[in-house]
Design a protein around this ligand. Structure first.
Ligand SMILES: C[S@@+](CC[C@H](N)C(=O)[O-])C[C@H]1O[C@@H](n2cnc3c(N)ncnc32)[C@H](O)[C@@H]1O
Length: 218
């Protein structure tokens, strides 16, 4: 279980956008949107899981999609609400199923900068598969795990905005492929990119962005 205070303190919510863009060079939103662009259309909906301040779905909004957001942190949701682009924002813990959305009720989903805080991704994939309409896409980013590499790694206070050490998790291609197969997704795009973990760029996480299509229900 992730340390929620470390991930979403009021301090983090207030300064998140500036730090993500200027100090940490967080390019996940552009990578995920660029890989998804061919599969989304104006007027469709996208669910952003762990929406934070909204960086992960603002480009989808600019492309004409309706943004639905879910996050466990009231402070992050409040910061996102203040931007005024989300159609609906809900406070909910992504480890707890069911999520507060009807089956086959939304077109697409994104989850960026979030899955690295969790070891077990099965609730996320099964809930997204339930909520998405046929042929919708799920764009997500994970820290990649090379064969033989440990899944867990510790990130110290010097690399985060928290006062404590945070446990993070890598997820390898084999695990992700299994999650997609088990939950009726077909992989359509995958791209590796670096995620700096500190201002000085001394530590870099090898991340992978995936886009998968929800298979048609029979
Ligand atoms: C690093 S931020 C990423 C925010 C945004 N997706 C982005 O790309 O900028 C991680 C977000 O995940 C949220 N989060 C952490 N644990 C969560 C949980 N159990 N359920 C829902 N959201 C969670 C945090 O509150 C925070 O907003």
């Amino acid at each position: 279980m992730a340390d929620q205070d470390a991930l979403s303190s009021p301090r983090m919510a207030n300064d998140y956008d500036r730090k993500a863009e200027e100090e940490y060079d967080w390019r996940g939103p552009e990578v995920a949107f660029g890989l998804s662009y061919a599969f989304v259309n104006p007027g469709e909906s996208v669910l952003d899981i762990g929406i934070g301040t909204g960086l992960s779905s603002i480009l989808f909004h600019k492309a004409g999609l309706h943004v639905y957001g879910m996050d466990v942190s009231p402070e992050m949701l409040e910061a996102c609400r203040g931007k005024g682009f989300a159609t609906d924002l809900k406070e909910h813990d992504l480890t707890v199923a069911p999520y507060p959305y009807h089956t086959a009720s939304l077109d697409h989903a994104v989850c960026l900068g979030v899955l690295n805080f969790f070891g077990d991704l099965r609730p996320v994939f099964s809930e997204v598969a339930r909520i998405l309409r046929d042929d919708g896409v799920f764009a997500f980013v994970v820290g990649d795990r090379a064969p033989g590499e440990a899944a867990e790694f510790l990130v110290g206070p010097e690399h985060t905005e928290s006062d404590s050490t945070v446990t993070m998790y890598r997820h390898g291609t084999e695990e992700v492929t299994g999650l997609l197969n088990d939950n009726d997704f077909a992989l359509v795009r995958c791209l590796e990119f670096p995620v700096p973990m500190d201002r000085e760029r001394t530590s870099v996480l090898r991340a992978k962005a995936y886009v998968a299509r929800r298979k048609r229900r029979s």
